[in-house]
Design a protein around this ligand. Sequence first.
Ligand code: FES
Length: 105
Amino acid sequence: SKITYVLPDGSESTIDVPTGQSIMDGSVRNNLPGIIAECGGSCSCATCHVILDEDSTGLFDEATDEERDLLEYLEGVQSHSRLSCQLIVNGQCDGVRVVVPDTNG
Ligand code: FES
């Protein structure tokens, strides 16, 4: 699915992310700035914070307690904030946009 990343400098990059990979994977594999992913996707570092557009929130599994706990202490969190390693792309994700904040490290 084509995922558009709105990068910290305001520019946009659209990446084709295969089903089963995370939004974090798509960014890291294409060397996009802003998603650090220090822990490699095991939901423990919180350096992969993104903000989903409202229409897309229902396309992904709900945040686990573990993810919620991490988000709680993060700078710049908004109502549709997620950790992008927990956003697994599926066949309905074409056109999803995520805002990558400049606070991931
Ligand atoms: Fe570490 Fe997402 S990559 S929490």
